[in-house]
Design a protein around this ligand. Structure first.
Ligand code: GAL
Length: 672
């Protein structure tokens, strides 16, 4: 189901149950302030379980009816949450199985949130019951727009039921215990299992090092969560088949494979909390956010997504929580829209008087008024989003895919190899994202399960582990004319983390036209060099030694005992080609080499000659209407050359061939 709303959404998490005793004044004021701030959506019920079901089986929807009616009367749509992110005390007391067990096998006690056991039959039943009632109650309510399922699903439980499920999962995946022993290489340290009953989850008290066992557990945790998610949404799908379902994700959160979860959602959404500093460090923060926005769009097949949460002011959970410079909230919001979000939403609409988040930024902060800088800035975002109404529902049409795969990440991070815990998978993928964006290209993030056939170029850095069928997919992609750009530490192991060898070669060898023989790890005082295209570049941290078979060498190492061995190659394969960057370099090489390789592939950037710290993205409506976004992530003014005169979509003014941008700003342009 494709979500479509004719406006960009502006709103945030709204917790009216915290103000039940003052509802005559506060709830009324909430609606007035929401209208003033140009808010057209509020997310409700996220942490309302104790108020919706005050006792087991006793429900009270009267207050929620009132809230929903208030929203409808004020033209505000509800992103209605299922309350499973936190549970009432009575529920934990009566059904202790809902509480998690730690990896040390200690049962949790009541408190906190985001800590339910996803294998608890009691939890499943209670969640199903309350979700069914919510859906029945509000299925025809005019305010209902979307389901917000739970809150920031995360992490793992090691209770006996989860152990049982893990064993069943292993049986289903490996079939026989002999096969599991083979895949996990359990002849090592005499870890051979006799029956599936002997298998337990990893723990600091036990198994912490068997890479295949650890990966299996992570895969299981995602599968178990996806199963729980499907149960949780079953009543919503049945009773409200036309209401889209989302779950708010957390960017590059390490614990779950979001691509797997994304396949079950109608629209992806995520909570974006960049740590803006107000100085030159913000460029790195902005680039990191851009990367995460693209990734979060990717998990639901590049469709428009939502920025479900962001702070309208400071957060309260970092060590130091500085205020945002004026204009940062608008920049943060438009940056989301630039990457394909159809919303700017905040945590939170109104700050509570108590609780751990009383000092967290809010549209209505602890003063309880609209006379704050934050409120004025939020209202300005609301006004700008209204001007940009035509952007709603538009999609990206990028020709470059960049691979980021949670299974690969876990495999690289778990491996005992070059730099223990410093392989830097995420940083490496991000460095390519920065290179591509700085060159003016738009990027789609994909994982190994995604369809890559629609792209011209696939950039796959450190694709260490090849899932079943991925080698085949890459071969078809390149043979059909695609350009594959890959790097060191790619195609080392199969999906079970068993190394490829001569008798069972890496699918990469054929594509790269060479085989990797050795890999050097350089410490932070040791550097290598190479010269390409007349320019000298630095090698750091990782340097592979490879022997070409059919590959053509583009550059060779200049020093150490492997001087003259190739460090940058290209191999023609079918109608396409595969580039291989065998060493980790600084950003200058990525920028220069990516620019050259993409030109060779016949790809033009969205904008060329972009000044340092700026980037460009595009969104298209079905009728071909194009929106061009230019971001300036620096605290300096920038002049961005445009190929032609365009129109500013916010002010309606013409922008001649030079776009003048203030610090931390986003320009939205349309063709005249
Ligand atoms: C999010 C969470 C919200 C709120 C916010 C504070 O991760 O979903 O409920 O706690 O952080 O920044």
């Amino acid at each position: 189901m494709k979500f479509h709303y004719p406006e960009l959404l502006h709103g945030g998490d709204y917790n009216p149950e915290q103000w039940m005793e003052q509802k005559e004044t506060i709830w009324k004021q909430d609606m007035q302030y929401a209208r003033e701030a140009g808010i057209n959506t509020l997310s409700i019920g996220i942490f309302s379980w104790a108020y919706l079901e005050p006792e087991d089986g006793v429900y009270d929807f009267s207050w929620m009816d009132e809230v929903m009616d208030n929203l409808a009367a004020n033209g505000i749509k509800a992103v209605l949450a299922t309350p499973s992110g936190a549970r009432p005390a009575w529920l934990a007391k009566k059904y202790p199985s809902v509480l998690r067990m730690t990896a040390q096998r200690l049962p949790n006690v009541f408190g906190g949130r985001h800590n339910a056991c996803y294998s608890s039959p009691d939890y499943e039943r209670k969640v199903t019951e309350i979700n069914t009632r919510l859906a029945e109650r509000y299925k025809d309510h005019p305010a209902l727009m979307m389901w917000h399922v739970s809150n920031e699903y995360n992490n793992e439980c090691h209770c006996p039921r989860c152990q049982e499920r893990f064993r069943d999962w292993c049986k289903a995946r490996y079939g026989t215990i002999e096969n599991l022993n083979r895949c996990w290489w359990n002849s090592f340290w005499s870890h051979k299992y006799t029956t599936f009953d002997e298998i337990i989850s990893p723990s600091p008290l036990g198994e912490e090092e068997n890479v295949a066992h650890l990966l299996a557990w992570k895969r299981f945790c995602t599968d178990n969560l996806v199963r729980f998610f499907k149960t949780e949404i079953a009543p919503l799908r049945r009773i409200t088949p036309n209401v889209p379902v989302t779950a708010n994700l957390m960017g590059t959160f390490p614990g779950l494979d979001y691509f797997a979860l994304g396949k079950e959602m109608d629209i992806s959404s995520w909570d974006n909390y960049p740590a803006w500093t107000g100085d030159e460090r913000d460029l790195a923060v902005a680039r990191n956010s851009s990367f995460r926005h693209d990734l979060m769009r990717g998990v639901c097949d590049q469709k428009p997504y939502l920025m479900m949460e962001s702070s309208p002011s400071s957060v309260n959970w970092n060590t130091i929580n500085p205020l945002r410079k004026p204009g940062t909230v608008l920049y943060q919001g438009l940056q989301a829209i630039a990457h394909g979000s159809d919303s700017v939403q905040y945590f939170q609409f109104r700050a509570g008087r108590g609780g751990s988040e009383q000092y967290h930024g809010a549209v209505i902060d602890r003063t309880g008024t609209n006379r704050t800088r934050t409120f004025r800035e939020v209202a300005e975002v609301g006004a700008v989003l209204k001007q940009l109404k035509a952007v709603a529902g538009s999609e990206t049409r990028n020709q470059i895919a960049l691979l980021y795969d949670w299974n690969v990440r876990w495999s690289v991070e778990g491996a005992w190899m070059l730099h223990r815990h410093h392989e830097q998978y995420e940083e490496t993928v991000r460095s390519f994202h920065i290179g591509l964006s700085s060159l003016g290209y738009g990027v789609d993030m994909v994982d190994e399960t995604c369809d890559i056939s629609r792209y011209k170029v696939l950039v796959a850095p450190m694709a260490y582990m090849m899932r079943e069928g991925f080698g085949q997919k890459l071969r078809a992609f390149v043979a059909g004319g695609g350009t594959l750009i890959t790097t060191y530490v790619t195609g080392y192991v199969n999906q079970e983390l068993l190394t490829y060898m001569d008798a069972d070669p890496s699918p990469m060898n054929e594509l790269t036209g060479m085989h990797v023989d050795e890999c050097d790890a350089l410490d932070d005082r040791t550097f290598g060099h190479f010269v390409w295209n007349g320019k000298k570049y630095r090698v750091k941290e990782i340097a592979e030694l490879a022997t070409p078979t059919t590959a053509q060498t583009l550059a060779v190492y200049a020093d150490r005992f492997y001087a003259t061995q190739p460090c940058f190659t290209v191999n023609e394969y079918g109608k396409g080609r595969c580039y291989y960057i065998a060493a980790r370099t600084d950003a200058d090489f990525l920028y220069d080499a990516l620019g050259w390789m993409l030109k060779e592939a016949g790809l033009e950037p969205i904008l060329s000659r972009l000044p340092e710290g700026t980037c460009a993205t595009e969104r298209y409506q079905e009728d071909g209407t194009r929106f061009l976004f230019v971001q300036n992530g620096t605290h300096e003014r920038k002049i961005v050359p445009l190929p032609k005169t365009m129109k500013d979509a916010v002010t309606g003014k013409k922008v001649y061939e030079q776009l003048e941008m203030g610090e931390l700003s986003v320009a939205v342009l349309t063709d005249e």
